[in-house]
Design a protein around this ligand. Structure first.
Ligand code: 5AD
Ligand code: SF4
Length: 582
């Protein structure tokens, strides 16, 4: 069997395996005692021997000793038990330095923190300097071809680094993590012999073992997708101590199967993290002084925690009006509205956002909650993908343009002043000029505050098998340009409406463009720039203060563009204290 095959087929060792390893150690310890440790009854009659045996027993290892050694091997940090073919020592990082590089979406940023948390526990160190790295791990993305091409190019550069590595140093190990590892599997190892390890999005706990196998010069991979892995117990390592905000992963995977999308194939089935562990993480972040949490997932609002049996009633999900799913309706469990309610109660001074939702899962209770709760930002991402009902049908989005527009109206009525953003794909299979114009008209009609626009990139999905990628590249790009132009015009108009208003801004730090300006975000997540000057503190009018990262300030907006707002600061405040002014 090829060594790679062997590793690919290795299941992640579960509790059963760890028990058998525990027994193995105990038995080995017992059998290593000399045979006289078990004298026959006849021999026990002889006084001398009896004495010898008793004294050996008294000085020898106790039962507690075996238990202690078996359950907490020395030098073994908080990590899982090894399979029989690697030792505990081989699993240890032994101060080797890991360099992590992240590509793709925010989920990948969060996954990088999870992977790092696992490696840190195993005794690895982190470096920000590529040259001093012993292990380089790329956390990759597959959503568009360009994202993958970037990684192939990066691997060529790393190949040179690996070849030039001095013999006096430990060999450099290179790993591909995340979506590209999952999608391409062995193809990466076969094409790029210098890649040592592959770990799919559900295999980060296995990184110490994969690296241990790689130490012996073999390639190692784990691309198994899981039905229940949420890394609920792996606290991501906050990499920027000065940060004011953090992302908290609440669910993974996707069951929607939109025809263009690779995510269900790279990240597997939808599964949610237990509410209790999410709340615990949010509480910790609040204690650390963070002021903003974004709940994260491929379909955040499809959240469904079924771990608490008493909540598994038979009630089906409430879908938005006019929306349908590609899967059987999900029943029971704790849903997104409950989670959002609970999370927002942890700390009234902590802003709550969520991304990325699907428009089908916006029942009224979610909209009401966003409207009522001061610290839930009035900002909704509502990925439309296209403005043409015909294209939406071939995309398998589960709604028509009319249903989508009705939802927009309903959201605007339910949450006055809500800020809206969306994703669009230009040039999907079979998209005609008329379809494209429908998308242009949707952009005009809704007037989004933010937009993420992409040219269609054929992936090995349902569309690849059943539809034709028949819009020429130059047409896709031209349509994309047109969408970007229209989006910008409309966003500029939408943002203009905020001139003269007072906005609550969470300060992030100095503006990148000017050291005399501060930069932060308003409730709608737009960037706000304002001069760094002394101001009044609303809770203490005797002192004048300068705003620090993590402070809330009130800013009067004086000018805008399609991406940013500018203004002057009025005072430092609190989230609760600001409601009377904004
Ligand atoms: N080509 C282009 N854009 C895509 N997206 C997803 N799959 C593709 C693809 N094959 C876009 C969608 C999605 C966002 C995260 O990426 O707009 O909402
Ligand atoms: Fe890219 Fe999607 Fe994977 Fe995120 S989930 S890394 S966007 S393919």
């Amino acid at each position: 069997m090829h060594p790679l095959q062997c590793v690919l087929q290795t299941q992640r060792w579960g509790p059963l395996a760890s028990v058998s390893w525990l027994l193995l150690r105990t038995c080995r310890a017992l059998s290593s005692l000399p045979s006289t440790a078990y004298p026959s009854p006849e021999k026990q009659q002889e006084d001398g021997v009896q004495k010898d045996f008793s004294s050996r027993l008294a000085t020898g290892p106790t039962f507690q000793h075996f238990l202690r050694n078996a359950s907490a091997p020395q030098e073994k940090p908080d990590m899982e038990d090894p399979p029989p073919y690697v030792t505990v020592e081989e699993l240890l990082g032994r101060q080797r330095k890991v360099y992590l590089e992240t590509y793709g979406c925010q989920m990948n940023v969060n996954d990088t923190e999870i992977a790092w948390s696992v490696l840190q526990k195993s005794g690895y160190l982190r470096t920000r300097n590529l040259q001093e790295a012993d292990v380089i791990l790329l956390v990759t993305c597959s959503i568009r071809e360009k994202a993958e091409q970037t990684i192939w190019n990066r691997l060529q550069q790393l190949k040179a680094l690996k070849t030039k590595r001095l013999r006096s140093r430990v060999p450099l190990r290179i790993g591909i993590l995340g979506c590209m590892a999952e999608r391409l599997k062995e193809e990466i190892l076969n094409r790029e012999k210098m890649v040592d390890i592959l770990a799919g999005p559900d295999a980060y706990r296995d990184l110490p073992r994969l690296l241990a196998v790689a130490e012996s010069g073999q390639q190692a991979a784990n691309v198994l997708l899981s039905l229940d892995e949420t890394y609920a117990d792996v606290m991501p390592v906050q990499t920027s101590p000065s940060a004011t905000s953090a992302f908290v992963s609440i669910m993974r995977g996707c069951d929607n199967m939109c025809s263009y999308c690779i995510v269900p194939f790279t990240r597997g089935r939808e599964r949610s993290r237990p509410v209790a562990s999410i709340l615990e993480e949010v509480r910790k972040l609040s204690e650390q002084g963070l002021k903003e949490v974004t709940l994260l997932g491929q379909n955040v609002n499809s959240f469904q925690d079924s771990s608490e049996v008493q909540f598994n009633n038979a009630v089906s999900t409430n879908l938005s009006r006019g929306f349908s799913t590609n899967y059987k309706p999900k029943k029971g469990g704790l849903r997104f509205a409950y989670l959002l309610d609970q999370v927002s109660r942890v700390d009234p001074e902590m802003r709550i956002r969520f991304t990325s939702p699907h428009p089908k899962d916006f029942p009224d209770e979610v909209l009401q909650l966003i409207h009522e709760r001061d610290n839930i930002c009035k900002q909704i991402h509502l990925p439309a993908q296209s403005g043409s009902s015909r294209v939406l049908e071939t995309m398998r989005r589960g709604y028509s343009r009319e249903a989508y527009v009705e939802l927009i109206h309903h959201i605007r009525e339910s949450i006055p002043g809500v800020s809206l953003s969306s994703d669009f794909i230009a040039g999907f299979c079979g998209e005609t000029e008329e379809d494209h114009l429908q998308t242009v008209s949707l952009l005009r009609e809704v007037q989004y505050n933010m937009g993420f626009l992409f040219a269609y990139s054929m992936r090995q999905t349902r569309a690849y098998h059943r539809l034709k990628d028949d819009v020429p590249e130059e047409v896709k790009l031209r349509r994309l340009e047109e969408l970007i132009t229209v989006f910008r015009e409309e966003a500029t108009k939408a943002n203009m409406a905020s001139v003269g208003s007072t906005q609550l801004v969470l300060v992030e730090g100095h503006s990148k463009r000017s050291a005399t300006d501060l930069c932060g975000r308003n409730d709608g997540n737009l960037k706000v720039i304002f001069p760094d000057v002394e101001m009044e503190d609303i809770n203490n009018s005797d002192v004048r203060v300068r705003a620090q990262p993590g402070d809330y300030v009130l800013v009067k907006i004086t000018s805008t563009s399609s991406q940013t707002l500018k203004g002057h600061v009025l005072c430092r405040t609190t989230l609760k204290g600001s409601s009377a002014y904004c």
